[in-house]
Design a protein around this ligand. Structure first.
Ligand SMILES: [Mn+2]
Length: 354
């Protein structure tokens, strides 16, 4: 079992890699999507929601990840003594019609396969993805964690206002220009789109030694912004895995999102998927409550017994990576970094104590 650290696109530079290493990370998970492009920032955080209440601008549909670009990132990571374990998320610009079932679907599936090949060639073993129309949306923030630390959560209501045109996966993607017929579908249609994605991409991923790792829907509600959500119950992870039996069909196992699902036996679930070697990496955070009324808290408060989770992983000989997901922001000059450093220290101590 290894401790990793998630690096956002705008942080992909030497100082943040050193910070990760100093926190005890041996591995990193890199987001290549700049979620906050075009937004005003305060330190590391966007000041307010952008287009349609979401994040920033998606990337360029025609600029795919290339071997050369990825190789440079790998060199930078390794020059700081770290191992690149995963890329987290495709850019909405690269696969909006795969999600929407739109006219560019086939060409975008081909682009995804080309990028999976480049990722495999550069030696990154995992791509995390989230097959979602609305993406991560609908949470608010408050001083909910210990000592009044600011954290995110939901306060009882689920936004069903449809997304504006040109929005997908909580980002503005002008090229998408969606019609509501493509988003306000029932869940069966979206499951079929996921099956088409896996049918096209898993054979390539298998051949290239890359695992595609599914994140559950965050927040895990059946519908959000009048779009269906796929993995909003623990048993729906089984449905996703059953689409194709393959080592490359795997999970980005998000403890916080799973704990937000009512009646989830997180310990049984962790043990089963760890034993079956379906976990490509874990997101670690703690929460109080379940959807649609939950709050994120510090790693050592909340409903999840993190020591028990780590002990289960050890017992199952899990040899993958754990990373902090998000953390409450601490009251100091570096609110984000201190929240992450606290989480890292806590996880490292749990791992060291085994
Ligand atoms: Mn997560």
């Amino acid at each position: 079992m290894k401790l990793g650290f998630g690096i956002y696109r705008h942080q992909l530079e030497r100082d943040n890699l050193r910070f990760a290493r100093q926190c005890g990370a041996t591995h990193v998970v890199v987001h290549l999507v700049d979620y906050f492009k075009g937004l005003s920032m305060s330190g590391d955080q966007p000041i307010s929601g952008g287009f349609g209440g979401g994040w920033g601008e998606a990337g360029d549909p025609n600029q795919l990840w290339t071997f050369e670009q990825l190789r440079k990132i790998r060199s930078l990571i390794e020059s700081e003594g770290l191992v690149w374990h995963a890329i987290e998320n495709f850019d909405p610009a690269h696969w909006y019609d795969v999600l929407l079932g739109g006219p560019k679907k086939e060409v975008q599936l081909q682009h995804l396969c080309e990028m999976i090949e480049a990722v495999g060639a550069v030696g990154v073993p995992v791509i995390g993805y989230n097959f979602s129309l609305a993406g991560v949306y609908g949470r608010s923030s408050g001083e909910w964690a210990r000592g009044g630390a600011r954290a995110v959560g939901m306060a009882g209501s689920v936004d069903q206002e449809p997304m504006p045109d040109g929005m997908i996966w909580n980002m503005r993607c002008k090229a998408a220009g969606k019609s509501s017929a493509l988003t306000t579908v029932d869940a069966g249609v979206l499951w079929q789109r996921l099956e088409d994605f896996l049918a096209a991409c898993l054979p390539v991923a298998e051949r290239c030694g890359v695992r595609l790792a599914a994140h559950p829907d965050d927040p895990p509600v059946p519908r959000l912004r009048d779009t269906p959500r796929l993995v909003h119950r623990p048993e729906l992870y089984d449905r996703l895995l059953a689409i194709r039996s393959s080592d490359s069909n795997s999970l980005e196992f998000c403890l916080g999102t799973l704990a937000e699902m009512p009646d989830c036996d997180l310990y049984e679930l962790t043990e089963r998927y760890a034993r079956e070697n379906k976990i490509a990496y874990l997101h670690c955070r703690n929460v109080c409550g379940t959807v649609p009324d939950y709050k994120e808290v510090f790693i050592d408060e909340g409903a999840i017994d993190m020591a028990r989770i780590v002990a289960i992983l050890k017992d199952c000989n899990y040899d993958g990576v754990l990373i902090p997901d998000h953390a409450p922001q601490m009251s100091c000059a570096a609110p984000w970094h201190s929240g992450m450093a606290y989480t890292m220290g806590y996880l490292k101590a749990l791992m060291d104590s085994l």
